[in-house]
Design a binder for this molecule. Structure first.
Ligand SMILES: [Fe+2]
Length: 483
């Protein structure tokens, strides 16, 4: 195994997102026969995969948490045993930098004009595929939040399979957070950028080809992070947080939150044309992640983690501003869009608890779901997920579980138990990293009873840095079933 090397940026300031629980690891390993505290359930079969930034070389210029090279950490559960593996996503940029032996690209906080090549919209940013991870038609797809190319990976070996072109039908880019409807096999996506068309929406059909793509007009360039689907519709976002284009022309990365503008949600039939989109207005906010959405009569219900103050006040160094902008401060929130009247109703679901990175039973994406499992965001300067919160949207009950002092988790996807009969009949799986020990483990919890604590803790031979999104791939999907 290679020894870790210090990965720093050129600002001269210590960057917390390169240190401690965030510090990248330098080696790619495979580990079996892991020590288990408790017992791995034999009815938990599939793969837990988590993506995240893992800077391979010292940064050029200032480092932003979104800049690091994508690395997937995975645990394969099979008949009561677990295997761990981690691999970089071998993007074109990763390969070019590997050949050069150093960073070639600056990050999102720097002027990208000197970078080698960009995405199809001409943005010369490094597409690291470090943000999201989903399973689609036998492959894991890793994607980047600012739009780039989806990269395929083998779900077991984590070998990078190259750019996913959907049988040569994808034109342009593809953002993080596509939505899969397992019942129809369709994959829904968007991409956005600083020039017209500011937003595109598309559908990959069950056969794996892009079958539908429309250009949607917005008042200007926006930064949507997520989308939603229902049984009949897709929901796109126009939120009043966007990049300041005057600053961008001067090579500076600056976000603006315009409190005078509403949040707008565009609801379009799944295969609808651009003129069929209907925009619903709500109070200004920013939204990173949708929990789920579904149809109830004439209404569309959408639950989200809503950020009411996305642009923190104050100034300071670019690094200080990056840290304060990155800090998640979100609350569970429900929208009801009335397709008959065009009106929006919105209400807070949980005004008290700062929770994010929601997960549901993925088979219910776009259909009514009852339970959501969010990470609890610690009150700290950087993003630390100190536990899990389970929401029941029928009874309104909330159940919280804490990892304990100085222990931080990841997004914890729902993993249905083999032969599950109820929506919460399964497990939540997360990496948990101990800040003081510099060690990590995998925790498996009963989704229906978080307070009972983990049924299994799988000790890993290495620290797993904190990261972004995770997914669960069921054993029946690995065998070529749905998905
Ligand atoms: Fe995200």
């Amino acid at each position: 195994m290679a020894e870790p090397v210090a990965v720093i940026d050129e600002s001269g300031e210590p960057n917390p997102y390169l240190m401690g629980v965030y510090a990248p690891v330098q080696d790619e390993i495979t580990a079996e026969n892991l020590k288990v505290i408790g017992e791995i359930p034999k009815d938990l079969n599939g793969v837990y995969l988590r993506n995240g930034p893992n800077a391979r070389f010292p940064a050029r210029g200032r480092y932003h948490w979104f800049d690091g090279d994508g690395m997937v950490h995975a645990v394969h559960f099979e008949n009561g045993r677990a295997r761990y593996r981690n691999r970089y996503v071998r993007t074109r940029a990763f390969e070019a930098e590997s050949a050069a032996g150093r960073s070639l690209w600056t990050g999102v906080m720097e002027n990208p004009k000197d970078n080698p090549f960009g995405n199809t919209r001409g943005l010369n940013l490094k597409d690291s595929a470090n943000t999201d991870v989903i399973f689609h038609r036998g492959k894991v797809l890793t994607t980047w939040y600012l739009c780039g190319a989806p990269y395929g990976m083998d779900p077991l070996s984590l070998e990078t399979l190259g750019v996913e072109t959907f049988l040569d039908t994808l034109t342009g880019d593809f953002m993080a957070h596509p939505k899969l409807d397992e019942r129809t096999g369709e994959l829904f996506w968007f991409d956005y950028g600083p020039r017209r068309p500011y937003l595109r929406y598309g559908v990959v059909g069950a056969g794996g080809r892009v079958e539908h793509c429309v250009e949607l007009d917005l008042p200007g360039a926006r930064l949507p992070h997520d989308m939603a689907i229902t049984a009949g519709h897709a929901i796109l976002m126009d939120l009043p947080l966007y990049q300041d284009m005057d600053a961008a022309r001067q090579g500076r990365y600056k976000l603006t939150f315009n409190r005078e503008l509403p949040s707008r949600f565009g609801i379009i039939p799944r295969r609808g044309q651009a003129h069929e989109i209907r925009w619903f207005e709500a109070k200004p906010c920013y939204i990173y992640h949708v929990v789920n959405a579904w149809e109830e009569g004439d209404e569309i219900v959408m639950d989200v983690c809503r950020v009411s103050r996305p642009a923190p006040a104050g100034s300071g160094s670019p690094l200080a501003r990056m840290i304060s902008y990155l800090k998640l401060d979100a609350r569970m929130h429900r929208y009801r869009f009335d397709l008959r009247t065009g009106r929006t109703r919105e209400e807070s679901v949980d005004p008290d608890h700062n929770t994010e990175f929601p997960s549901i039973d993925a088979r219910l994406t776009g259909r009514r779901s009852r339970y959501a499992y969010n990470v609890s965001v610690k009150d700290a300067a950087t993003n630390l997920f100190d536990g899990l919160v389970r929401y029941d949207n029928v009874t309104g009950a909330k159940e919280a579980y804490s990892y304990g002092e100085h222990r931080y988790g990841s997004e914890a996807p729902f993993a249905p138990r083999d032969g599950a009969t109820a929506e919460d009949d399964g497990y939540l799986v997360s990496f948990v990293t101990d800040e003081r020990e510099g060690t990590s483990e995998v925790q498996v919890l009963h989704a229906a009873d978080l307070t009972a604590g983990p049924v299994a803790r799988i000790v890993l031979p290495r620290r797993v840095p904190l990261g972004f999104h995770a997914t669960w791939v069921r054993a029946d999907q690995l065998k070529g079933g749905a998905g």
